[in-house]
Design a protein around this ligand. Structure first.
Ligand code: NI
Length: 170
């Protein structure tokens, strides 16, 4: 396993639309394992392949307090979405230290392939529902700050560019 580099907003590669995974093979399982290691190392609750500059429809999520039962979503689809919406406080490993509220469906039903390639469906609510929608947005080239006002977004952009500059200098 290897830790991968996470792209930081506003890196233009975050705006790439991911393509479907044609076959869940050893290469994809290797990517999944590297993404899990990267997510746990960075203490995130989710990571999309887009964020590590791999533009294929792969997501890992672990929202549990006791970590270690990750959910792997390959070629995920939302097959049901509640009309009821919720506001979760979202953050993103590509936008460190920024948290804000984004409206999301309170409940979703997800269909995706697992690490084995098997298809499964499950219902998600609360934090898991938010995480699934947040990570699926990444696969479409969308970052959660794109939901915020242009003013907020421009402040975040400035802050992230400064952070990246400061780190390069350190
Ligand atoms: Ni994110």
């Amino acid at each position: 396993m290897a830790r991968l580099q996470i792209l930081r907003y506003p890196d233009p590669r975050l705006y790439t639309v991911a393509r479907p995974v044609a076959q869940v093979d050893e290469r994809i399982r290797g990517l999944v394992d590297d993404m899990l290691e990267t997510m746990y190392e960075a203490e995130g609750v989710g990571l999309a392949a887009t964020q590590v500059d791999v533009h294929e429809r792969v997501i890992v999520i672990d929202t549990a307090d006791a970590r270690g039962s990750p959910i792997v979503l390959i070629n995920p689809e939302l097959i049901e979405k509640s009309d009821e919406m919720m506001l979760g406080d979202e953050g993103c490993l590509s936008v460190p230290e920024i948290y804000d509220k984004v409206p999301r469906h309170a409940h979703v039903r997800v269909r995706a392939q697992e690490r084995s390639g098997e298809v499964r469906e499950f219902d998600a609510e609360g934090l898991l529902s938010v995480a699934v929608q947040h990570e699926m947005d990444h696969l479409l080239g969308k970052v959660f700050v794109d939901y915020l006002s242009p003013l907020k977004r421009s402040r975040i952009k400035t802050r992230m560019l400064k952070k990246t500059r400061d780190e390069a200098r350190a």
